[in-house]
Design a protein around this ligand. Structure first.
Ligand code: 3EB
Length: 335
């Protein structure tokens, strides 16, 4: 077989989802603005593991599909409450929990990460490269804590016993729908953790941000036979460990400086050039600021670069915007 090009990204019109899922080489179809049903270990999950529905509203509904495609047919299976799709190169998967079935968010988060780690340990791709976490009221209260802090405790507790791999890149965003949704990308060999020279590593944040530091790397670099990918975590207007600025465009500019510094660091640490940036996402707290963020990005990003602007809450109340990006195989036309 030719060298595997394990993950290439494309965009598609929102109404193409069903057709794309009929293609067995499609690894994931990520759509925005809809919530899916929950996954549980006791009842087999009726839907396709590759059908990932993020309950965040996009600015333009017409550009709402993100497509990941590999080069060989996927195999799908369920392990506990996790549903997965696997090729010889990688696994993607998701878990979507009904929070009301747990005593609190901390317990739900711990369970979710235990389930993910157990599913991956039992399969061919134990190393997490990148995770996305979405749950409602991220800035809401959980007793003495903020819900994001409770999530960090549960996640941290689950990975403490298991983390023999480099901490993966991640996003954690507040949605406007019930349920804890986590989806992920994992491989047979670990990626490389990349940190940002402008930021304190999140797992070394001072205790004032919460009793348990967030467990994520600023980015993961992953060498595949075809090229090296870079998966960039949610990146905000944080310098050192402190939030900077109080208006959305100044925060966006700072986040873009962080993004650039991180990519420069990743590029400096490796011999081969990275592929071009293939997709950028911006999460915006206030719906009325989405257009402004969109216009700024449209003027300042490379003209051909696809980007989504999504409405979601950022994990600190003083943050208005966060960006993330994927450097993967260049977008190709989907058959
Ligand atoms: C930050 O830099 C902003 O908890 O998984 C960004 C990416 C953020 C991932 C996570 C949190 C997470 O601290 C918040």
């Amino acid at each position: 077989m030719a060298e595997c090009s394990p993950l290439c990204l494309a965009t598609a019109a929102a109404d193409d989802a069903e057709g794309l899922l009929a293609d067995p080489t499609v690894l994931a179809v990520i759509r925005y603005g809809e919530a899916a049903s929950f996954t549980t270990p006791s009842t087999p999950v009726a839907f396709d593991a590759r059908d990932i529905r993020i309950p965040l509203h996009p600015l333009t509904a017409s550009t709402a599909l993100e497509v990941w495609r590999g080069t060989e047919p996927v195999k799908q299976y369920q392990h506990g409450a996790v549903i997965l799709a696997t090729t010889s190169c990688l696994s993607i998967g998701q878990i979507h929990l009904d929070e009301t079935a747990f005593s609190d968010l901390e317990a739900a988060s711990e369970y979710a990460y235990q389930q993910i780690l157990q599913a991956l340990a039992a399969g061919p791709h134990p190393y997490l490269l990148r995770l996305w976490n979405y749950f409602p009221a991220i800035n809401g209260r959980a007793g003495e804590l903020e819900r994001y802090q409770a999530f960090c405790i549960g996640r941290g507790r689950a990975i403490d016993g298991a983390a023999h791999w480099p901490t993966p890149a991640a996003t954690a965003i507040g949605s406007h729908a019930a349920g804890l949704l986590i989806y992920f990308l994992a491989a047979a060999q670990p990626g490389r953790r990349i940190e940002n020279p402008r930021q304190v590593a999140a797992d070394r944040y001072p205790a004032r941000y919460g009793p348990r530091q967030p467990s994520f790397a600023r980015a993961t670099a992953k060498s595949w036979p075809s090229s090296t990918h870079l998966y960039i975590s949610g990146t905000a207007s944080i310098v050192g460990h402190e939030t900077r600025h109080d208006d959305v465009i100044t925060q966006l500019k700072e986040a873009l400086r962080n993004f650039t510094a991180l990519v420069d660091r990743a590029q400096a640490e490796q011999q081969t050039p990275l592929p071009p940036l293939t997709l950028l996402k911006a999460y915006v707290r206030y719906p009325e600021q989405m257009e402004t963020v969109h216009d700024y990005l449209a003027q300042h990003l490379q003209p051909a670069l696809p980007f989504w602007v999504l409405c979601g809450d950022i994990c600190r109340t003083d943050l208005l915007v966060e960006i993330e990006g994927l450097y993967a195989e260049p977008f190709g036309a989907l058959a």
